[in-house]
Design a protein around this ligand. Structure first.
Ligand code: HEC
Length: 459
């Protein structure tokens, strides 16, 4: 009897509570909460953080960090993360206790129910959910090395090669001895601890033109597609080799792509001269940038996740804000095609490989060119920054070189047969060079060859 009475009183005390199965909508349930708890600082004339919460349209547009609510995905929505104190978002409302659970539940229900505008309005369709976001606290070295698959089952549909393809895409895991080599409709994984071929990951979208490991080493980004027709990016879980998501609605092959350090965004670009940034969670296009005058050849998020740098075949290099594409800045000084960009791990230097053979270094804060030197005769094709700040370049002259940031050469690796098309550092910080003939060579920084992995011999 006492229990029944207590329940009855509780019900009386919460006259505005909604039944759990009643869908929440903006007008009746969310706007009153926003007015009471948030509008003091987030309304027309006082938009702290750039955010106005007084209409649904403005709430969706969001503030300086981009859209504040994502249909179907409460835990990916900056607004919900801020009020429930998840992740790196500033806790809201600031300097107050967390809002009570029934209010958090109302926001969660409304977002997950598809952002219904009012009692009669329709809920938004909610897209498939991919939960990959990591906190910025984990951007550095992981406490344990990433686990990776040791062998992939042989594929009956493996492409039959008459001749080896140039190494157009090459990536080395930052924290584990595993590398990925791009090919036609596939990515081949090798284990550098013993050189064995782990196997081939199919890429249904077409040719593989860009490969990158996530900053934590657990996800492999595969970008490419079919020239003049479609471009896609696939995210693959390294532990299992399974596809996590296919992102991108580009109309030409993806030549440049990257996954943001917090794994929430994928940027793509290519012959369309357009940078597109998609949200990993639901594949939605978040922003685009139309500044480049020629094919975009390379792009990379800064290691702190704040900026996106992109470069094109006409020598244009731009840096923009990563979350919304605002404040684009031109980095002048390249007098020929820029083939590749690379950020230093502290985000305080940006390197560029140029078609005229030069290596360029920029200060990304002032946009100033701070160093340049002739790196390769006939063209510098690829550039990579080592963890300790040394630079690796590859060129048309069939050589790869290791440099100090002053442009002083540390060592040179000459055994490439043909153009040194792609260079990267392995997790052990050894130079790795992929060439035009399809070979991948690992060197010690002193210039001793460790091994050759050849695409011409299928082992
Ligand atoms: C006392 C003033 C104040 C109140 C009340 C307040 N905020 Fe904020 N809010 C701010 C400030 C200031 C920022 C900018 C913080 C920053 O960028 O460091 C901000 C930023 C935000 C952002 C990030 C916007 C962006 O895109 O960068 C969100 C989301 C947000 N608030 C949601 C809320 C919600 C939801 C409420 C109510 C539950 C609320 N805020 C209440 C002051 C307030």
């Amino acid at each position: 009897m006492r229990l029944v009475a207590t329940l009855f009183i509780l019900v009386l005390l919460c006259p505005t509570s909604v039944r759990a199965d009643e869908p929440r909508n903006f007008e009746d349930h969310i706007l009153p909460l926003l007015r009471e708890h948030c509008a003091n600082c987030h309304r027309p004339g006082k938009t702290r953080g750039g955010l106005d919460v007084t209409t649904m349209e403005k709430l969706e547009k969001g503030g300086s960090a981009g859209p504040s609510v994502i249909s179907g995905l409460a835990e990916n929505s900056p607004l919900f993360r801020a009020i429930s104190h998840i992740g790196n978002e500033e806790a809201m409302p600031p300097e107050q206790d967390k809002l009570p659970p029934h209010i958090l539940a109302a926001f969660k229900g409304w977002i997950e129910g598809g952002l219904k505008p009012n009692a009669t309005g329709r809920a938004r369709e909610t897209r498939a959910v991919v939960q990959l976001t990591v906190d910025s606290a984990s951007f550095g070295a992981p406490s344990t090395p990433p686990v990776f698959i040791r062998s992939l089952p042989p594929r009956a549909d493996a492409p039959h090669l008459v001749r080896a393809l140039p190494v157009m895409a090459l990536a080395a895991n930052p924290w584990a001895p595993i590398i990925a080599v791009g090919g036609q409709d596939e990515t081949v994984l090798h284990d550098l601890s013993d050189g064995h071929r782990i196997g081939s990951l199919p890429f249904a979208a077409g040719e593989v033109r860009v490969l990158r490991f996530s900053r934590n080493g657990q996800v492999l980004l595969v970008g490419g597609g079919r020239p003049t027709s479609s471009g896609k990016v696939e995210l693959v879980e390294l532990k299992t080799g399974n596809s996590l998501a296919m992102v991108g609605e580009d109309f030409d092959v993806v030549l440049a792509a990257d996954l943001s350090p917090d794994q929430s965004l994928v940027a793509t670009a290519g012959p369309e001269k357009l940078v597109r940034v998609y949200r990993v969670a639901d594949g939605a296009l978040v922003w685009t940038m139309k500044k480049h005058a020629d094919f975009i050849t390379s792009l990379e998020f800064s290691p702190d996740g704040k900026h996106l740098a992109s470069a094109d075949r006409a020598g244009g290099i731009f840096i923009t804000d990563a979350t919304n594409g605002e404040n684009p800045r031109l980095l002048a000084g390249a007098t020929d095609a820029v083939n590749q960009l690379a950020w230093r791990s502290d985000a305080r230097s940006l390197a560029a490989a140029c078609g005229d053979g030069q290596a360029l270094l920029y200060d990304p804060v002032s946009s100033r060119l701070v160093a340049k030197w002739a790196a390769h005769e006939g063209g510098c094709l690829s550039i990579a920054y080592g963890r300790e700040g040394s630079l690796l370049t590859g060129g048309h002259d069939a050589k790869a070189s290791l440099w100090e940031e002053s442009g002083k050469q540390i060592s040179q690796f000459k055994n490439c047969d043909t153009a040194a098309f792609r260079v990267v550092f392995t997790s052990a910080q050894n130079p790795l060079v992929g060439d035009w003939s399809g070979d991948v060579r690992e060197w010690t920084p002193e210039g001793k060859e460790v091994r050759v992995l050849s695409a011409r011999v299928r082992n």
